[in-house]
Design a protein around this ligand. Structure first.
Ligand code: ZN
Length: 479
């Protein structure tokens, strides 16, 4: 057993998700990304003296929606708290968050893996929070942009239930999928609308006691999540093996050097001097409102996956992939609706399209092949116009150029040969040029049939209609 295999990592994630509201958490400034710096601010989100916060009802509704989607307990009364710290992009000198009484606790989510396995990950709590502004460090100094100050967030804190970087990555993808599906958060990591910190410790396998944990920040892309966690686990194992003591600290991922670096020695909760926010009343959610939000819940990925599984005979994993985002599910449903072939649609999306999209780093919403174009291709295969083999070549061209299947087929002369006379000619030629195989076949070695079919396929550049070809080869050989 290698050194690293003697250890087990214990990972918990804290996810910050910006809510898809029109306005900010405690004022009416727009919640929008990408505007000119400091154009979406007011006395409240810039902390002018005397300005008072007012809770955004829509933000609360979206938070409760997340609580329901993650099978949590929603508390009818919760309180906001001040988390005190100083930073130039936090003009109040504190952040309004929830501490001792969050609006939501004790949830769970089920994460699906490629081999079909499913794992339960516990959710400790979800609480509301406001985002801070942004500091842009330039060569001549630091610029503060307060457009993001006061943008509504939920923080989803998981139990330390994950044991590998891959599990953490899949958990993050699952949560992102659910939040996007239910229109709670757009999940955009590049713009910082969906962020994650990881708490990581290691311990010898078989031991119960947790090791000292390190908080890993700034994992701002899916590409880095697993890499960053893997690196940190390895660093801790090597340190422990060397007899070093793991220090409780906050580290950040340096994606240029592919290492984690110390940001600061870990502060403890009491350093933030939390206390109840005196400017806000308790957050009260009525039973009627909770019921209404529950009744209006949109379909969630798990429900869509069940529906797909039943309607199209898909495996658990395939159904999970095809419902990993709303856009993916909508794309797939459109292909099926037009091609009327669920099984084949699933195969084309899963095996041909997603692999290519992954390779070029694109999401389904920017696929060069539209759902309509893919269904057209499937219809052409099903109607016998082109063979499955040629369809793959056509698809490759569609992906590269964005052109329709029909124009590629015409341009390249890819039409399937379904004319019996033309096929018979090609078959006769093959039979004449392979006298010994023909004799063997006729003497009873019927498995040579495949050889003849293959030869004619080659002769016709794969354009022969396979079903008709099989039938004709057999007919002519048996004569
Ligand atoms: Zn404002």
């Amino acid at each position: 057993m290698s050194t690293i295999e003697k250890y087990e990592s214990v990972i918990g994630l804290e996810i910050h998700a910006q809510l898809l509201t029109v306005s900010k958490m405690f004022c009416r400034c727009p919640n929008r990304f990408g505007s000119l710096p400091n154009t979406q601010i007011c006395p409240i989100c810039t902390a002018q003296p005397g300005a008072l916060p007012v809770i955004n009802k829509k933000a609360v509704e979206l938070g409760v929606r997340a609580a329901i989607a993650l099978n949590c307990q929603t508390h009818l009364e919760s309180i906001f708290a001040r988390k005190n710290y100083y930073y130039p992009d936090l003009p109040k000198g504190y952040q309004i968050t929830q501490y001792e009484q969050p609006f939501c606790t004790k949830g769970e989510v089920f994460v699906r893996f490629k081999n079909g396995d499913e794992k339960r990950i516990g959710i400790t709590r979800i609480h509301f929070e406001e985002d801070a502004g942004k500091s842009n460090h330039e060569s001549y100094g630091t610029l503060v942009n307060l457009n993001r100050s006061g943008v509504p967030l939920i923080e989803i804190v998981s139990e330390p239930d994950m044991r590998t970087a891959h599990e953490a990555g899949q958990y993050l993808r699952t949560i992102r999928g659910i939040l996007r599906y239910a229109d709670i958060c757009d999940g955009n990591m590049e713009e910082g609308n969906f962020r994650c910190d990881a708490n990581i410790s290691v311990r010898l396998k078989g031991t119960e006691k947790f090791g000292t944990r390190v908080e890993l920040k700034n994992i701002n892309s899916f590409r880095f999540v697993e890499k960053a966690i893997e690196y940190e686990v390895q660093r801790q194992v090597l340190a422990v093996e060397d007899g070093e003591k793991i220090i409780q600290q906050t580290r950040s991922w340096n994606s240029a050097k592919n290492i984690t670096e110390v940001m600061r020695e870990k502060e403890n909760a009491h350093d933030y001097r939390y206390f109840p926010e005196p400017d806000l009343p308790s957050l009260v959610i009525s039973v009627e409102w909770l019921d209404k939000i529950r009744a209006e819940m949109p379909e969630l990925p798990k429900q869509a996956a069940e529906r797909f599984k039943k309607s199209f005979e898909l495996s658990d994993y395939d159904a999970a992939v095809l419902t990993s985002s709303k856009e993916m599910a909508q794309y797939f449903e459109k292909v099926v609706a037009e091609s009327k072939n669920g099984k084949s649609s699933a195969n084309w999306v899963m095996n041909e399209l997603l692999g290519r999209l992954n390779a070029v780093g694109k999401e389904i919403e920017s696929s060069p092949v539209t759902a309509g174009q893919l269904s057209e291709l499937i219809v052409k295969i099903d109607s016998g116009q082109i063979s499955g083999k040629i369809a793959k070549t056509v698809f490759e061209e569609m992906f590269a150029t964005g052109k329709d299947a029909s124009s590629i087929i015409t341009e390249k002369g890819f039409v399937q040969i379904s004319d019996p006379a033309a096929l018979e000619n090609a078959i006769r030629k093959v039979i004449e040029s392979h006298p010994s195989q023909t004799a063997e076949y006729r003497a009873g070695k019927i498995k040579l049939l495949g050889f003849f079919v293959g030869q004619v396929m080659k002769e016709t550049q794969g354009q022969a209609n396979p079903a008709l070809l099989n039938e004709l080869v057999k007919k002519l050989l048996d004569q």
